[in-house]
Design a protein around this ligand. Structure first.
Ligand code: FAD
Ligand code: NAP
Length: 338
């Protein structure tokens, strides 16, 4: 290996690098700001035979214990707007990108306001909120293969986006570092007002014909009111995906539980709010050690202070068991488990 310019921290605490605030350690930790850094990191990992875990803001990860490898924080910066397209460094804060786009009167991200984390992680689960998904504006991304160092370009169809899903949670899981994403925004604004809570908030503000900024402001206000703030109390957002049930399964469920809410998906399935199932199963407020099912939002597991990995996982197992035995529904965890 040539000259090493990067700092590789050893036995590094990740407590401030995961929003759940789990105090675990990585054998090595470093940040990469550009492709040169990245190739140094890959050489270091290859020489030490180290597994690499790519980390953004740590807002969608759950650790089961210490990580005996190299945690690589992606810190590529830069936002280049060209007409209605934008090329964004993977290390750019997602909400900052949303704000910059709105300032330039470019639309398509407003319902995705205030989602924590970095732009490079947005494709991993095809981030979505209030009826908008990354998929709707995504063009392509640049990535580096972690084992060969090869630079790749993946287009929208290559990414296999689905509901909180993509190829990066399947075939390419932990195999690439995304370095840049390209989005196609629009100077024509089409409001997406499918979510009742958003409509209610705009009504409360006496706004009949909302601008994109009005929608962004309303989404920010709802989120601040409804969700525990990870900078105050550790959490990783929604701990489960909303289960999508067939018509038959929903009909069976309605037999014993007539008032279960549901939303029809484009694929003809029925999305049932996991938060509702968890609450009905009596798990809201349940805890194991310092891991607690938020009393503010039943879909969120919070860290009251000193939660350990196994507290979080034991609480999750309890939730899954209870929902399964009461409703016959299997919950699927949303954050990525390491
Ligand atoms: P991390 O948590 O660091 O990483 C998540 C996964 O992506 C890991 O597997 C990691 O290895 C991988 N990864 C990260 N960066 C890269 C990269 N550059 N290259 C390759 N792999 C990478 N999500 C939604 O979809 N909608 C929401 O509305 C939403 N609201 C949230 C609210 C709260 C309060 C919290 C805490 C989370 C919320 N999330 C939401 C989840 C989370 O914010 C998003 O999934 C976000 O995109 C994660 O970004 P991150 O940078 O923190 O990723
Ligand atoms: P909510 O508005 O209370 O609704 C509960 C669930 O029902 C939502 O999660 C949503 O599914 C679904 N839903 C509601 N209205 C719908 C509609 N008109 N069409 C289709 N599905 C509908 O949900 P919330 O928990 O407060 O979250 C609000 C939004 O922010 C949701 O989109 C949610 O996904 C997102 N969010 C995500 C995270 C995360 O960590 N992933 C955390 C907080 C909020 P969807 O989840 O599929 O949208």
């Amino acid at each position: 290996m040539g000259i090493i310019n990067l700092l590789f921290h050893e036995n590094f605490s990740l407590a401030t690098h995961n929003t759940l605030g789990l105090d675990i350690r990585a054998r090595y930790f470093c940040s990469a700001e550009n492709l040169q850094d990245l190739s140094e990191v890959l050489a270091f990992a290859r020489d030490g035979k180290l597994e690499i875990l790519v980390l953004g803001g740590g807002s969608n990860v759950v650790f089961s214990g210490d990580f005996d490898g190299l945690v690589l924080r992606i810190d590529f910066q830069g936002m280049e707007f060209d007409d209605q397209k934008v090329v964004v460094g993977a290390g750019v804060n997602w909400h900052r990108l949303v704000q910059h786009s709105l300032e330039r009167e470019l639309f398509g991200l407003e319902n995705l306001s205030l989602i924590p984390g970095l732009a490079g992680a947005a494709p991993i689960q095809n981030i979505g909120a209030y009826g908008q998904e990354l998929d709707g504006v995504f063009v392509a991304l640049a990535a580096t293969d972690l084992s060969t160092g090869e630079e790749l370009v993946l287009t929208r169809s290559d990414c296999h986006f689905g509901y909180r899903n993509s190829i990066f949670k399947g075939e390419l899981k932990d195999r690439v570092a995304i370095t840049q994403i390209t989005l196609q925004l629009s100077s024509d604004f089409l409001p997406i007002l499918e979510y009742q809570e958003l409509v209610n908030e705009l009504e409360r503000r006496k706004i009949d014909l909302p601008t994109a900024l009005d929608i962004s402001d309303a989404v920010v206000a709802i989120r601040k009111h409804k969700l525990p703030d990870p900078s105050v109390v550790g959490n990783a957002g929604s701990f489960y995906k909303n289960p999508e049930l067939s018509s038959q399964t929903l009909a069976n469920l309605r037999h014993s539980c007539p008032n279960v809410p549901s939303h029809k998906t484009e694929q003809g399935l029925h999305k049932v709010p996991a938060a509702w199932l968890i609450e009905q199963a009596g798990m809201k407020g349940e805890s194991v050690g310092d891991a607690l099912v938020s009393t503010q939002h039943a879909l969120v597991i919070v860290n009251k202070g000193n939660a350990r990995c196994h507290d979080v996982l034991a609480l999750a197992a309890k939730i899954e068991q209870q929902v399964q035995s009461q409703f016959g529904v299997l919950l699927e965890m949303e954050p990525v488990l390491y």
